[in-house]
Design a protein around this ligand. Sequence first.
Ligand code: FAS
Ligand code: PHB
Length: 401
Amino acid sequence: MRKAVVMRTRVAIVGAGPAGLLLSHLLSRQGIDSVVLEARSRAHVEQRVRAGVLEHPTVELLREAGLATRLDAQGLPHDGISLRFDGEDHRIDFAGLVGKGITVYGQQEVVKDLIGTRLAAGEPIEFEVSDVVLDGLTTDTPSVGYTAADGTRHVLECEAVAGCDGFHGVSRQAVPDLRIAEREYPFGWLGVLAKAAPTHDELVYASHDNGFALYSMRSPEITRLYLQVRPDADPQDWSDARIWDELGTRLAADGFTLNEGPFLERPSVTGMRSMVAEPMRHGRLFLAGDAAHIVPPTGAKGMNLAIADVRLLADSLGDLLLRTEATGVDTYSERALRRVWRAEHFSWWMTSMLHRFDDDHPDGDAFGRALQLSQLRYTVSSRAAATSLAENYVGLPHGAL
Ligand code: FAS
Ligand code: PHB
């Protein structure tokens, strides 16, 4: 049995999604070395279509960190969204209500920018690793064992481990006595990416008796659309014609047209859940992003929350490793969870208000639907209610809670 190759760094980061990649960049700006370990290939990670909306604080952070050149050139700034119900459109004017907006820019573009920046700086990302094992987490010399893409076994000795490996990763399992709070929703989203020029310049969230639909976009040539479906829906049961027909029905409103076009990838169904794992720290292991929490995508919070986590974690690790000041890491979990729970509530609220529950679901009866319509009407007619939606959607300032 060949001896493992031993390497050293200051922070071992498991996962090359937005959380892991941004954390490595923010640490590097403080002169702190890290190694990013990623299970998939670079090509897979860079083409994975997921989130599409960047909160205001996310854009500000990416600009401050020197990561916004392409974002500023290709991102689509939006000053509002529309809520659509009873065939009527109601715009929520973010700029007018809270003086800020959002930017539509695909998560895979953020990931490409981060990978490009890290590799240009000659900083290591190990793709296609396997058999990741975390060790020594309650000491100040933890290590991460892994098998590299070439099959050789490695041990990465470090001073801290960042678990940025998403919902299906290994890090969360390494935290003993984890408290999990979660909720499964009785529906999922069928997502499509169409080569069809957007006909509307802002996002539309539609609540229809047939179900929820979301109209989004990626560029002046590409539309991103979602349909509420059963959580176990098979995309094979949804022909292109059926998808366009249902989108047309649910998004219908005076003056609204929907350009159709070829799908750029096979439609896929994403399940919906809310989940929070506490604490987000165990010794020298720190969880960030989807490794610690999941939100339904209705509030466009998933990636933004991951970015807020690692901003906090990068500062806390800087205090610990550069100034032997442990207050940051000792309060990281409690401080991160304040924003997490704010985003969890907002995402649950948007999901509960906009989706159709089946008749046999407690929220699916006539009373439940009447409550939803009342909430929608109040939200679009009250400045106070619309302002609350706006400030949550554009993103509360980092550190505000
Ligand atoms: P990620 O899951 O992005 O990254 C974790 C990385 O760790 C992955 O690259 C994975 O390959 C790697 N990994 C896992 N296990 C590992 C191991 N053992 N060793 C090494 N690496 C390992 N959010 C929105 O705001 N809007 C959306 O529309 C939206 N749509 C989504 C659709 C889907 C199908 C999914 C799954 C998520 C969606 N999200 C959406 C949420 C998503 O954007 C996440 O919030 C975001 O990717 C979180 O980033 P990370 O925490 O970095 O986790
Ligand atoms: C997207 O454009 O992918 C998107 C936008 C808003 C959401 C979810 C997804 O709430």
